[in-house]
Design a protein around this ligand. Structure first.
Ligand SMILES: *[C@@H]1O[C@H](CO)[C@@H](O)[C@H](O)[C@H]1NC(C)=O
Ligand SMILES: *[C@@H]1O[C@H](CO)[C@@H](O)[C@H](O)[C@H]1NC(C)=O
Ligand SMILES: *[C@@H]1O[C@H](CO)[C@@H](O)[C@H](O)[C@H]1NC(C)=O
Ligand SMILES: *[C@@H]1O[C@H](CO)[C@@H](O)[C@H](O)[C@H]1NC(C)=O
Ligand SMILES: *[C@@H]1O[C@H](CO)[C@@H](O)[C@H](O)[C@H]1NC(C)=O
Ligand SMILES: *[C@@H]1O[C@H](CO)[C@@H](O)[C@H](O)[C@H]1NC(C)=O
Ligand SMILES: *[C@@H]1O[C@H](CO)[C@@H](O)[C@H](O)[C@H]1NC(C)=O
Ligand SMILES: *[C@@H]1O[C@H](CO)[C@@H](O)[C@H](O)[C@H]1NC(C)=O
Ligand SMILES: *[C@@H]1O[C@H](CO)[C@@H](O)[C@H](O)[C@H]1NC(C)=O
Ligand SMILES: *[C@@H]1O[C@H](CO)[C@@H](O)[C@H](O)[C@H]1NC(C)=O
Length: 833
C-alpha cells in the first residue's frame, strides 16, 4: 500500500514536470525569473534570506527553503545569475558578465539535454533517455523532504554542524567535523546486518530507515503531528543551532513548526554558545552567556558567537586563578574524552587545572568521582541548577563574578509573598469589618424585629463556626449565585458557580448531577462530608436538597485549582509556583488524603484525585475538594461504575478501575502518585510528545529516572530558582511507588507523607505498570462503550498495543509499528489517497 503510494508520487513527479531547456537563466535582480514545478508547489529562484542578509539561489516550498545552490557557505549578491549552460553544466555566477562560477554542478559533457523541477521538489539534469545525470536530491544541503533519500555517504551541513547516517544506521551530529555530540541508533543486534541503509521521511511525517536486509522500514522518529489530516508538508532539517528537527508546514501558511528534535536539551549541542560560552535556560529557552565578568561577548548582538577573556592568560603569567561555577559542566564527547579524565574530588580538579596546561575543568558530583581537564582551545559550557557538577575556568585574577541574576521566579515568589500578606490583611480587615457590620445590623434590626432573618439567620457567622452544615433553599442559592451566572468550573459531579451569601461570604456552589439517591441518604452523606474537617480539605458550608435539586456550598478558594499553575505557561497565566510551594502543596494534599483514609471516623475513598480537585487558598495551602461525592453518585455497589464521575480524567485512574477489581484507598494512592509526578514535572502524566519519545510522560519519566537523569523530569521553570534536589528526588521516587500496578505494592497514604517528609527511607521503586500498559490501552480501545467513548487520551491510533513488542525498534522511536500495521489502520487510508 505504502509502496504503491510512493511509486505513484514518484511517477507523478517524473511525468508531470515541464522541461527547462539548456541556456535558461535565472536572474537575482528579477524577482519574476523562476522555475516552478508543474503543480506550483516548489519554486527555484533567488531568495533574499533576511536572517543572513544574503541572496541565495534556492528551491523552496512556498518560502521555506529546501535546497541552496552551492551549499550553505556560498553567498552572492543581487547581480548573481544561475545559468544552465549549453554544455549541460548548471552554474551560479556572481554576475552576468562573469565567467568564473562560485558554484557548478560539474555536469558538462555528460549528455545533459534538459532540466526539470519535479513535483517532489527535486531538480534534475536529464540525459536524452530521460535519466537523471545529476539531481538536487543526490546533493542535499541541510534538508530532506519526502521521497528524497539520504545514504551513508551523504551529509547534511548547516553552519559548523554536520549530520550523517552511519553505515550501521546510527544517526550522528558533529561539530566542526570533529566533535560528535550525538550518536544514536538501533540496538546492536538489529543493526549488525545493515548493508545499504537509507534514511527518508515519509509524506506523513515519519523518519524511517530502510535497508535491503530489512523486511520493512524501521521508524526512527515521528513528528508529533504525523499523519495529521490536511495539506501538510513535513521535512527533516539540520538547523544552524546544531539540532536535527522534523518540521511541518501547512500549505500556504509560510510558517513551519518544530515537531521533533534529535536533542531535547539544546544546551547539549556542542558549541551552541560558542567558545567559552555558557548555555543555560531562561524559562524554557536556551540562552548564552559568559562564565564571569572576566569575559566579554565576542559579538554583543549575537551571544551565540561565544566569549573572550578581557585579559588573555599569556598576559598575566603567575597571576592565574580559578573561577568556580556551581552546577556547571563543560561538554565532553569522544574523541576529546580519553586523555583528560581522572579520578579526584573537587579540590584536586581545581588545582590540577590551575597548574597544568588546562583551560577549564569539570568535577562531576554524580558519584563517579570523575574530573575532566580540558586542554582544547574550544570549550562549550552548560549551567543549570539540575547539573550535579562543579566547573572551574582559568582566568587572570581577580575573579569578577557575574552579577547575581535577579531570577524570575525569585521575583515571583517575593511578589507572591507580598500579595499573600496583602490578601491576609484584606481578609482580616474584611472579616473584622463584617463582624462589626453584622453586629451592628443584628443590633439594629433584630432588636426591633424578632421575625427578621427569615433566611439570613440560618447562616449567621456563628452557625458556620459550629461546623454543622447549613441548609439553604434553592431560591437563596439562586440569588447568591445571581442565577448561576459566574461559572468557576465543571467537575465530574457537576458545575461549580461563584456565589456571595447574604453575609457577604464568598462561596463556591456545586450543582450536583446524576444523584439517584433519596433525600434521607443524601443528608446522611452531607453530614459525613461536613463532619470531615482538616486543614487540607475544603470545608463544606451547607447544602440544598429540594425536589430534584441537590447542591453543595463550599468555602471559596481564591487561587483556584492546582492545574492552573502546573499546565499553563507563566506567560499565559502570570502564575508560577516555585519548588518550595509545590512541595508544600504535595505534602498538604497527601495529608488531606491521609485524613480521609486513615484518620476520620467514616473512611472515605476519594476516587477522583486530580489537579483540578486540589484547590489553593490565598496562602497556597492545598485543599482537597470533591471528597465523599463518589459515594453519593455511585452508592455502595462497586460493580456499578459510571465513568461519568471520571470523565476525561483517565490518566489518574488506577488500573483496577478498568480491570473491574475492588476500588480501595490504594486507588487514591495511585491517582495521588500521578498528581505528584505532575507537580514535579509540570506536565500531564499522560502527555505524549516528541520530548518523551512518544511515550506517556509517566512511562518516559521512569526510564529517565532509571538512567539516572531524574533532573530531566523536573519542570524546567523550576530551575530558575534554587531548589532542594534531594526533596525533588524523594517526590519522584514516592510518585513511582504510588503508581505501582499492584495495589498491594503501593504505600498507604500515611506512609507517603512520611516518605515525602524524609522520615522514612525510600527504597528504589520498581518499574510502575509497564508490563500491563499495553493491555490497559487495549482494553480502553476495545472495552465497554462508555470507556472508549470518554477516552480523550487514547493513542491516535492503536499502534503499539496490537503489535506484540513493546520494545522500541530504534531508540529514537517509541512506537515500532511496521508500516504494514500502520497502513492497515483505517485512519491512514483516509489520510493518503
Ligand atoms: C556583487 O558582487 C560582484 C562581485 O562579487 C561585484 O562586482 C558587484 O559590484 C556586487 N554588486 C552589488 C550590487 O553589490
Ligand atoms: C542516461 O543516463 C543513464 C544513467 O546514467 C544511462 O544508463 C543511459 O545510457 C544514459 N543515456 C544516454 C543516451 O546517454
Ligand atoms: C559509499 O562510498 C563507498 C566508497 O566510495 C562505496 O563503496 C559505497 O558503495 C557507497 N555507499 C553508497 C550507499 O553509495
Ligand atoms: C574547526 O576546526 C579547524 C581545524 O580542523 C580549526 O582550525 C577551527 O578553528 C575550528 N573552528 C572553531 C570554531 O574552533
Ligand atoms: C550507535 O548508537 C548507540 C546508541 O544508540 C551507541 O551505543 C553505539 O555505540 C553506536 N554505534 C556506533 C558504531 O557508533
Ligand atoms: C535489541 O532489540 C531487540 C528487539 O527489539 C531486543 O530483543 C534486544 O534485547 C535489544 N538488545 C539490546 C542490547 O538492547
Ligand atoms: C546477521 O547475520 C548473521 C550471519 O549472517 C545471522 O546469523 C544473524 O541472524 C543476522 N542477524 C539479524 C538480526 O538478522
Ligand atoms: C513566508 O510567507 C508568509 C506568508 O505567505 C509570510 O507571512 C512570512 O513572513 C514569509 N516568511 C519569510 C521568511 O519570508
Ligand atoms: C530571560 O527572560 C526574560 C523574560 O522572559 C527576559 O526579560 C530576559 O531578557 C531574558 N534574559 C536573557 C539573558 O535572555
Ligand atoms: C594579580 O591578582 C591579584 C588578585 O588576585 C590582583 O589584585 C593583582 O592586580 C594582579 N596582578 C597583576 C599584575 O595582574
Amino acid at each position: 500500500m505504502m509502496i504503491t503510494i510512493l511509486i505513484l508520487v514518484l511517477f507523478a513527479g517524473l511525468t508531470a514536470a515541464a522541461d527547462i531547456p539548456l541556456g535558461s537563466t535565472l536572474y537575482a535582480s528579477d524577482p519574476n525569473s523562476k522555475w516552478v514545478s508543474s503543480d506550483n508547489t516548489f519554486t527555484f529562484t533567488f531568495f533574499n534570506d533576511p536572517t543572513s542578509a544574503t541572496t541565495v539561489a534556492a528551491i523552496a516550498y512556498g518560502n521555506i527553503t529546501i535546497w541552496k545552490g552551492g551549499g550553505p557557505s556560498v553567498s552572492v549578491n543581487s547581480s548573481a545569475i544561475l545559468r544552465l549552460l549549453q554544455s549541460g553544466d548548471l552554474q551560479l555566477l556572481p554576475s552576468s558578465t562573469s565567467s568564473s562560477p562560485v558554484w557548478s554542478s560539474g555536469t558538462s559533457n555528460l549528455g545533459v539535454v534538459a532540466a526539470a523541477l519535479e513535483n517532489s521538489g527535486n531538480f534534475v539534469l536529464k540525459n536524452s533517455s530521460g535519466a537523471a545525470v545529476w539531481s538536487t536530491f543526490d546533493h542535499p544541503v541541510d534538508t530532506i523532504v519526502p521521497t528524497q533519500q539520504l545514504n551513508a555517504n551523504q551529509t547534511l551541513v548547516s553552519g559548523i554542524y554536520t549530520f550523517k547516517m552511519r553505515e550501521n544506521g546510527n544517526l550522528t551530529l558533529t561539530w566542526n567535523k570533529s566533535i560528535e555530540y550525538y550518536n544514536s541508533g538501533l540496538n546492536s543486534t538489529m543493526n549488525s546486518n545493515l548493508t545499504k541503509p537509507v534514511l527518508s521521511i515519509l509524506p506523513i511525517g515519519i523518519v524511517t530507515l530502510s535497508d535491503p536486509s530489512l523486511a520493512a522500514p524501521l521508524d526512527l522518529a515521528y513528528a508529533s503531528d504525523y499523519a495529521q489530516e490536511g495539506d501538510i508538508f513535513w521535512f527533516l532539517k539540520l538547523d544552524n543551532d546544531g539540532n536535527l528537527r522534523i518540521y511541518s508546514s501547512a500549505r500556504g501558511s509560510g510558517t513551519s513548526t518544530v515537531r521533533w528534535a534529535a536533542l531535547s536539551d539544546q544546551c547539549q549541542v556542542f558549541g551552541y554558545c560558542g567558545n567559552m560560552g555558557i548555555c543555560s535556560y531562561n524559562d524554557s529557552s536556551p540562552v548564552c552567556g559568559c562564565p564571569s565578568q572576566n569575559f566579554d561577548l565576542i559579538d554583543p548582538k549575537d551571544s551565540r558567537k561565544g566569549c573572550k577573556r578581557k585579559l588573555e592568560l599569556r598576559d598575566c603569567p603567575g597571576n592565574e586563578t580559578m573561577l568556580e561555577l556551581d552546577h556547571a559542566k563543560f561538554l565532553t564527547f569522544f574523541p576529546e574524552l580519553s586523555s583528560q579524565v581522572f579520578y579526584g574530588g573537587i579540590d584536586p580538579c581545581r588545582q590540577l587545572c590551575l597548574v597544568g596546561p588546562c583551560t577549564v575543568s569539570t568535577s562531576l558530583s554524580d558519584g563517579s568521582g570523575i574530573c575532566f581537564l580540558k586542554l582544547s582551545d574550544f570549550v562549550s559550557g552548560y549551567q543549570s541548577p539540575a547539573l550535579p557538577s562543579t566547573s572551574f575556568v582559568k582566568v587572570c585574577g581577580p575573579v569578577i563574578p557575574n552579577p547575581a541574576a535577579a531570577s524570575a521566579s525569585g521575583g515571583t515568589s517575593k511578589t507572591l509573598k507580598v500579595t499573600a500578606w496583602i490578601v491576609v490583611l484584606v481578609v482580616l480587615v474584611t472579616v473584622l469589618g463584617l463582624i462589626v457590620v453584622e453586629g451592628g445590623l443584628w443590633w439594629m434590626f433584630f432588636r426591633n424585629s424578632p421575625r427578621f432573618g427569615g433566611f439570613s439567620a440560618q447562616y449567621t457567622l456563628l452557625e458556620y463556626a459550629s461546623g454543622a452544615p447549613v441548609q439553604f433553599s434553592y431560591k437563596e442559592l439562586n440569588k447568591a449565585t445571581k442565577g448561576f451566572k459566574e461559572k468557576l468550573g465543571a467537575g465530574g459531579f457537576g458545575a461549580v458557580y461563584r456565589g456571595v451569601l447574604a453575609n457577604r461570604t464568598v462561596v463556591a456552589v456545586k450543582q450536583l448531577e446524576g444523584i439517584e439517591q433519596g433525600e434521607k441518604q443524601f443528608r446522611m452523606e452531607v453530614a459525613t462530608i461536613s463532619s470531615t474537617h482538616h486543614l487540607n480539605l475544603v470545608r463544606l458550608i451547607g447544602f440544598c436538597s429540594e425536589g430534584r435539586h441537590r447542591l453543595l456550598v463550599y468555602e471559596f478558594m481564591r487561587n483556584s485549582s492546582l492545574d492552573n499553575f502546573l499546565f499553563t505557561s507563566v506567560e499565559q497565566s502570570g502564575k508560577h509556583l516555585d519548588w518550595e510551594y509545590r512541595y508544600k502543596i504535595a505534602l498538604g494534599t497527601a495529608k488531606g488524603i491521609t485524613y480521609l483514609h486513615e484518620e476520620c471516623r467514616d473512611c472515605i475513598v476519594h476516587c477522583d484525585i486530580k489537579p483540578e480537585n486540589i484547590l489553593l487558598d490565598e496562602n497556597y495551602t492545598a485543599k482537597v475538594s470533591d471528597f465523599g461525592l463518589a459515594k453519593l453518585v455511585n452508592p455502595k455497589d462497586h460493580r456499578y461504575r459510571t465513568l461519568t464521575s471520571v470523565r476525561g480524567t483517565r490518566g489518574y485512574l488506577a488500573p483496577e478501575w478498568l480491570a473491574n477489581l475492588p476500588i480501595t484507598s490504594k486507588s487514591d494512592v495511585y491517582s495521588y502518585g500521578m498528581v505528584l509526578l505532575e507537580i514535579v514535572s509540570g506536565r500531564r502524566n499522560f502527555d505524549v510528545s516528541e520530548e518523551t519519545h512518544h511515550k506517556k510522560f509517566s512511562l518516559w519519566a521512569y526510564e529517565v529516572y532509571e538512567m539516572g537523569n531524574f533532573a530531566e523530569i523536573v519542570d524546567k521553570r523550576l530551575f530558575s530558582h534554587e531548589m532542594d534536589m534531594e526533596q525533588v528526588l524523594r517526590a519522584i521516587e514516592v510518585s513511582f511507588w504510588c503508581i505501582q500496578e499492584q495495589p498491594s505494592q503501593r504505600p498507604m497514604m500515611g506512609k507517603v507523607v512520611q516518605m515525602l517528609e524524609g522520615i522514612v527511607e525510600i527504597d528504589r521503586p520498581p518499574i510502575p505498570k509497564a508490563a500491563t500498559e499495553g493491555s490497559i490501552v487495549g482494553q480502553s480501545v476495545t472495552g465497554s462503550g462508555s470507556i472508549s467513548g470518554t477516552s480523550t487520551y487514547a493513542a491516535p491510533f492503536p499502534v503499539p498495543s496490537s503489535s506484540s513488542s513493546h520494545q522500541p525498534a530504534g531508540i529514537l522511536s517509541p512506537v515500532s509499528g511496521k508500516h504494514g500495521d500502520l497502513a492497515s489502520s483505517s485512519l491512514l487510508h483516509s489520510e493518503i489517497k
